[in-house]
Design a protein around this ligand. Sequence first.
Ligand code: ADE
Length: 258
Amino acid sequence: MRFDILTLFPGLFTSVFAESIVGRAQADGLVEIHLHNIRDYTTDKHHVTDDTPYGGGGGMVMKAEPILLALDDILGAELVAAQKATGEVQVPVILLTPAGRPFDQPTARRLEEYGRIVLICGRYEGVDERINQLAVTHELSIGDYVLSGGEIPAMAVVEAVTRLVPGVLGDMRAVIDDSHSSGLLEYPHYTKPAEVRGLGVPDVLTSGDHARITRWRREQALLRTRERRPDILARAALSEQDERFLSGLPDAESSEPG
Ligand code: ADE
């Protein structure tokens, strides 16, 4: 899997990508990450990457030309243009923006299948819309809040997609059971010791009865999802047993903050 990242702050990525799963995936040759400084593609004396918005208002807008030049250099101008002209995407060109479609686990899976993606980190108030018109194939948001730029969102996309690259996670069961992969939030986990500050472990987990453990975990996942993310529960693939369990519960009432 290859990632090309266009940013004004390549230094932000170095330590994040050097460690943990993404670091190991690169060391193992499963993932390649290429950082490109947008400023290197400016053609003026002062290396300006932003300007004031047409129509007025506050803030600055990232200029189109440096980003378009970077994309032509990284992917080739023909591919960039052909993807927009035909709608047939070979290498997704993704702009991270709070105005994008939500980035979720199914999107991560689809992106992994391309084998290569380009991530553009916007800054300031936004980017010149002609970048979208000429090159961007996907606009993605990592959540309904505003960050100062697309760098942290790009890190999130790289990490979520890297975890799906075959061979990156040793134990594939960990991916399958993850929150969201199953369509439900994950069940609660416990590890040793058996008692922590007076709190024990649910008896079922020490029963050795694997069928009961599987059922308990599923029910916990259903309970959590119903309470915290009813929107996800409505879309989840549920068995008849799941439906029976849910219909036997008293009406959902959120007891947690947020
Ligand atoms: N840039 C700033 N905020 C963002 C968000 N929530 N998602 C993606 N890109 C962003």
